[in-house]
Design a protein around this ligand. Structure first.
Ligand code: NAD
Ligand code: IPM
Ligand code: MN
Length: 347
């Protein structure tokens, strides 16, 4: 089993280093790693954020463990040469259309949430985010208006096949959990969202066991901090899912805690923390590595069929937290390496 390790930029290599140490500790037979540059790091060495060598490795691998991309030094690049294009390119080239972003309260961390403890403690939800379409991948550009003003534009669209396939993942995810699915859109304003709502409603007929509700995204953002326990599975588009998942991460304590899986139609996946390269703390060794470590656990469960090893990692993370260790995002002063070490010790 070949794992492509793509650490990327900023804190990416720091958190992936810890995830790798945890995986090594498990001594899984036949697990091999091959590493490649991606993002700003790849741009510096190859002149492109997603060089053909890296894309080829991602294609050959059974699963991809990804850190983060983003480098302030490249923010002025033409868009196709910006580090972020690497993760967007991997998602679209490999058709990783289904992004699972689970947010579950850690009993040890309820005090770290900015929400009241009784509200934060009840959170157990999954955001199923579409990853190959929406305003992210529509035509975009800069132009001049008739009056000579600069105008930026990005076209938002979904076709019904794209909505259908992510809706099915949403329903299936709900069936494996409590059977409740909330579809989040902005159908009161956007045609893209009207189609989304119509198609999700059509797909619901295939899943009579699931209780489907619809919610506008502005209300969903509010409900997520008012009463997050009302949600079990949320299915939504690329842009709304991006925003709501960062918000959900803070509800359970920190963006440094949320892992994700990006899956294609056959179970191949890319696994990454939902956070970015965090240039403000990069190089200081104090990033929270738990989101990356939990992403490695998701990789074992979803792409490698190693659910037991995945659970071992998740339990070890809880034990590390129970020991009281906290990185700065969680109000402590532990280093990434110390947190990684605590997980390894628990294993
Ligand atoms: P970010 O997620 O990198 O950071 C937001 C804030 O959260 C920062 O204050 C950061 O220090 C903190 N933070 C994030 N991860 C943390 C961790 N593991 N431990 C402790 N604190 C953590 O978002 P941003 O600042 O908006 O973006 C920075 C760069 O990352 C940008 O270039 C952006 O495009 C990129 N980005 C990449 C990905 C990805 O690779 N999938 C995701 C999000 C952002
Ligand atoms: C994420 C990030 C990416 C996104 C960026 C870096 C393209 O914010 O993975 O959440 O918007 O999807
Ligand atoms: Mn994001």
């Amino acid at each position: 089993m070949l794992i492509a390790l793509l650490p990327g930029d900023g804190i990416g290599p720091e958190v992936i280093g810890e995830a790798r140490r945890v995986l090594d500790m498990l001594e899984i037979e036949g697990l091999q790693f091959e590493e490649a540059d991606v993002g700003g790091a790849a741009y510096q060495s190859y002149g492109h954020p997603l060089p053909p060598e890296t894309l080829d490795l991602a294609r050959r691998a059974d699963a991809i463990l990804f850190g983060a991309v983003g480098d302030p030094a490249s923010d002025a690049n033409e868009r196709h040469l910006r580090p972020e294009q690497a993760i967007l390119g991997l998602r679209s080239e490999l058709e990783l259309f289904a992004n699972l972003r689970p947010a579950k309260a850690f009993p040890q961390l309820v005090g770290e949430s900015t929400l009241k403890e009784e509200i934060a403690g009840a959170i157990d939800l999954v955001i199923v985010r579409e990853l190959n379409g929406d305003v992210y991948f529509g035509e975009k550009g800069m132009r001049r208006t008739a009056a000579g003003l600069r105008e930026g534009y990005d076209i938002m669209s979904y076709d019904e096949d794209e909505v259908q396939r992510i809706a099915r993942v949403g329903f299936e995810t709900a069936m494996a959990r409590s059977g409740r699915l909330c579809s989040v859109d902005k159908a009161n304003v956007l045609e893209t969202s009207q189609l989304w709502r119509d198609v999700v409603t059509e797909v619901a007929r295939e899943f009579p066991q699931v209780e489907l509700s619809h919610m506008y995204v502005d209300n969903a953002a509010m409900q997520l901090v008012r009463d997050p326990a009302q949600f079990d599975v949320i299915v939504t588009g690329n842009l709304f899912g991006d925003i709501l998942s960062d918000q959900a991460s803070m509800c359970v304590g920190s963006i440094g805690m949320l892992p994700s899986a990006s899956l294609d139609g056959s179970g191949k996946g890319l696994y990454e923390p939902i956070h970015g390269s965090a240039p403000d703390i990069a190089g200081q060794g104090k990033a929270n590595p738990l989101a990356a470590i939990l992403s490695a656990a998701m990789m074992l469960r979803y792409s490698l069929g190693l659910a037991e090893d995945a659970s071992r990692i998740e339990t070890a993370v809880e034990q590390a937290l129970a020991s009281g260790l906290r990185t700065p995002d969680l109000g402590g002063n532990a280093l990434a390496a110390e947190m990684g070490e605590a997980v390894i010790k628990a294993l």
